[in-house]
Design a protein around this ligand. Sequence first.
Ligand SMILES: [Zn+2]
Length: 85
Amino acid sequence: MRQAIRATAGKLNRSEELLDDEKEQAAAMLIANPGFGNPHVVRCSWCHETRTLFRDEDDAPFKRTARGWFCERCEVHAESQEVQF
Ligand SMILES: [Zn+2]
């Protein structure tokens, strides 16, 4: 389920065409699972890696910190943007 929300969030962030009710479905899944929180698009301005992550997720090269994510490859704080449905 998170994977579906993540995919939709990634598309929203890239302003891609969404299927008719894709955004509504993702929004409904988030409402049904308030513990998920909104996904964030995390991007390193140095190596340009981008991931769509929930607040409790790490995915290399990004490491979760108390405030946002850190790119371990570049040793810099990554930019992150919350995706609102
Ligand atoms: Zn980086």
